[in-house]
Write a protein that binds this ligand. Sequence first.
Ligand code: FMN
Length: 158
Amino acid sequence: MLKVLIVYDSRSGNTEKMAHVVAEGVEEEGVGVEVKKVEDASVDELPEVDGLILGSPVYYGLPTGRLKEFIDASVKYHGKLDGKVGGAFASAGGSHTGAETTIIALNEALFIHGMVIQGTSGSNHYGAASVGAPDDKDADNCKELGKRVASLVKRLHG
Ligand SMILES: Cc1cc2nc3c(=O)[nH]c(=O)nc-3n(C[C@H](O)[C@H](O)[C@H](O)COP(=O)(O)O)c2cc1C
């Protein structure tokens, strides 16, 4: 079965809520999904999945150190993740205070792995963002992210 792994960091639960809504979107497309806190995730799962979505709180306009440690550990599979589908989401403390830079930083790492990332002409062009806990509109964007990643996984790997 096609599978997407969602790896997120979250201290106060906002990014965690987003992760579960992104997962609902993946499931709605009939693609398998696993949601893991970064401290419970292993890079050894990466070769087995068709898509990887990273989620982080915004810390000084960037992903958290724990997410960065996971990304750095993924060098173990450098060259092996080429062509898999990627995506990213972030929870910030405010508007225009670093959500986009955080999402782009996550996407950059996925690009370097050779992953395929689809933007959107709808809202949240780079990936899903929220201020604090996701409200209904943020949740729609999270679900849409999951659906779009899963749909691309089906087109590329189905
Ligand atoms: C160390 C630290 C740095 C932060 N830096 C930013 C920041 O640069 N911009 C911002 O909007 N929010 C910032 N925040 C707020 C968090 O991104 C925000 O509260 C987020 O929703 C927390 O997500 P979580 O509940 O998943 O942990 C920071 C929080 C902490 C603890």
